[in-house]
Design a protein around this ligand. Structure first.
Ligand code: ATP
Length: 628
């Protein structure tokens, strides 16, 4: 219920179209009822003209002159029950509208009224649908944006625990499902019960006895429909999970399509995808087994009701024990049948509501996940960095009990280049991630100018820091926008200057549309070296005083390598740099080399100092890794 109220809160901005839609629904339902009701005068006109006059006290002259029609207070009505009196009044009113002395004129009027009713009914149907779409799509948009906003603010740890494909499914299909529970259901819960009421009212007016008999049988079909609805709900939930698996595999494969191809794994990935698609297929069939039963079984149930009414009503007409006229009887049958559709829809709406609420819970779960890394209540912005960045006795673990970094003590003075080296898995990237607060230490602290960075706002710290990672992430935007990423306002000259400093200007100029060229998803239309240089230009453009650089390990050709290297040197100039070093030139140039092994600092010093320790890890690493 709480989720439902929350979903409704997303509809608040769309109150007006929603209310309009509900009002249109009411009119639509009334006109639908009228359409069925009109069957009576139609049958009368075509087959039983005598009845018309016997029911009315219309003086031909009154009709001809088009004057007000007033049902006569004549004898037959005096003995009528209340309901029958209502019926006679309603029929009289209908006749007053339609009946003319000449049956041909009546027929023409009947056709015109039908036309008017059907046009009005469908006009309201259209308006209802359109206004509903305004509210529904508004809800979907707002909820999606909210979800995306909350998701993008969550800490990195969250994304390590949740598969991308599953998150994609949340934003796409789950949000659409949530919509079902709210907007559509709101209208459906008005429309269908109202239809049932209108038809039920008409049935009661036509014949109370037969209506009561129908009501005895109706609950059976209602029971069948709601049972099927509930079962459908459970199964659709499972189907949704399978869909999550499909999107997960899809996004993994598309994201890593190069690797898939390089390893000739297309067939393997297709098998993996086929297995997920097969699981979906089986669940969908199970769903269909129940779902497809709904329509035929409810039709059988409805027909049984109809046959029952036909038999009982027919017997009383044949036996002359009822005042029911043939046109009333046929209209009554039609009214009862018209009730089945809305009843079935109420059952379905109930199922949709359940499905939607389940999806809403999945969506709200993410919206409600608190980010682990947040600003302290008294956090203040940091505007400049003037002295040192320091890691103080810092320890960290991703999973409780399995230490990744321990007792790290390290200082970077302003303007220095500090190189982190060590075997794979030693904790170099993790240590670098501590600085922009991608993770918080379990013990100890990171300090800027002697102040624990947790006293500062996260966004102000991140403004001071530039990060250039191994895998350069570019967005499918223009080159200029990629370089100026994060800046609302930028001069193209500044972008060009950064590109020049990053050795990227020449190749950008040669692209078909220069700085306005789109780079493709993740920059696929560029070479590895070009992507790296753009990432470097981006960091130069941001111009942060502190730089974290994870040097690319993948080797480029000599010329490209030289261009990238030069760009990096430009980038590091006059900045304080923590570099995860994979290159000989970088380690040799570093003011301090820090050797990490199994999460601890085992050696630190300059290249020359560390090389003197013959047993040291650095010397071994250097010989293995750098001296090629
Ligand atoms: P490389 O040079 O190979 O990139 P690294 O020195 O940068 O390695 P880290 O990536 O910092 O090493 O990883 C340090 C340790 O932490 C490794 O044992 C790794 O398995 C573990 N680790 C890294 N990221 C996570 C994570 N998100 N969750 C759990 N463990 C992790």
């Amino acid at each position: 219920m709480r989720s439902f109220r929350r979903v409704l809160s997303y509809l608040r901005p769309y109150r007006a179209p929603l209310a309009g839609s509900i009002i249109c629904t009411v009119f639509f339902t009334l006109f639908s009822g009228l359409m069925v009701w009109m069957l009576m005068p139609t049958l009368e006109t075509l087959f039983n003209t005598d009845t018309i006059s016997s029911f009315t006290s219309v003086a031909p002259s009154t009709v001809e002159s088009g004057g007000e029609f007033s049902p006569g207070e004549e004898e037959p009505q005096a003995t009528l029950t209340g309901l029958e009196r209502v019926k006679v009044r309603m029929k009289d009113a209908t006749r007053a509208l339609i009946t003319r002395p000449d049956p041909r004129d009546t027929l023409i009027r009947l056709c015109l009224v039908y036309l008017l009713v059907v046009v009005l009914k469908n006009m309201f149907a259209y308006l209802q649908g359109y206004l509903m779409a305004v509210a529904e799509n508004g809800l979907i948009k707002d909820l999606r944006v909210d979800l995306f906003d909350k998701m993008s603010r969550l800490s990195l740890g969250f994304f390590e625990l949740n598969r991308t494909g599953v998150l994609l499914a949340r934003v796409t299909s789950d949000v659409t499902m949530v919509n079902r529970s709210a907007a559509a259901v709101l209208v459906e819960f008005v429309k269908h019960p109202l239809s049932v009421l209108v038809f039920l009212g008409m049935a009661v007016v036509i014949n109370l006895q037969l209506t009561l008999i129908s009501l005895l049988i109706l609950p059976i079909s209602f029971w069948i429909i709601t049972r099927i609805g509930r079962s459908l709900f459970r199964r659709t939930g499972r189907l949704q999970t399978e869909m999550g698996n499909i999107t997960a595999i899809l996004s993994e494969t598309l994201g890593g399509i190069r690797v898939v191809k390089a390893f000739d794994m297309e067939e393997f990935e297709t098998r993996r995808f086929a297995a997920a698609a097969g699981a979906y297929y089986r669940k969908a069939l199970r769903l269909a087994r129940i779902g497809k039963m709904a329509a035929p079984s409810s039709e059988v149930a409805a027909t049984i009701v109809g046959i029952g009414i036909l038999y009982l009503g027919g017997i009383s007409i044949l036996g002359g024990t009822t005042s029911l006229t043939p046109d009333e009887f046929i209209t009554f049958l039609l009214v009862i049948f018209s009730m089945f559709h809305p009843i079935r829809e109420i059952g379905k709406a109930y199922g949709k509501l359940q499905q939607g609420l389940a999806a809403a819970e999945r969506v709200f779960d993410i919206i409600d996940t608190p980010p682990v890394i947040v600003d302290a209540p008294d956090a203040r912005p940091i505007t400049e960095f003037s002295g040192t960045v320091a890691f103080r006795n810092l320890s960290f673990e991703y999973v409780p009990g399995s230490t990744v970094l321990s007792g790290i003590d390290l200082s970077l003075r302003k303007g220095e280049i500090v190189a982190l080296v060590g075997p794979s898995g030693a904790g170099k990237s993790t240590l670098a991630d501590m600085l922009p607060r991608f993770y918080d230490p379990v013990d100890g602290a990171v300090e800027i100018d002697g102040v624990d960075i947790r006293h500062y706002t996260i966004s102000s710290i991140r403004r001071l820091i530039g990060v250039v990672t191994q895998d350069t992430i570019l967005f499918n935007e223009s080159v200029a926008r990629n370089i100026a990423y994060g800046l609302d306002d930028f001069a193209i000259e500044a972008v060009q200057k950064a590109a020049r400093a990053a050795n990227a200007h020449t190749f950008v100029e040669s692209l078909p549309e220069g700085y306005e060229t789109l780079v493709g998803d993740r920059g696929v239309r560029l070479s590895g070296g070009q992507r790296q240089r753009l990432a470097i230009a981006r960091a130069i453009m941001k111009n942060p005083p502190i730089l974290i650089l994870d040097e690319a390990t993948s080797s480029l050709d000599t010329e490209s390598e030289m261009l990238v290297q030069e760009a990096i040197e430009h980038l590091m100039r006059e900045r304080t740099t923590l570099v995860i070093a994979h290159r000989l030139s970088t380690v040799q140039k570093a003011d301090l080399i820090v050797v990490l092994d199994e999460g601890r600092i085992t050696q630190q010093g300059t290249h020359e100092e560390l090389m003197t320790d013959e047993e040291g890890l650095y010397r071994r690493l250097y010989t293995l890794q750098f001296q090629t």
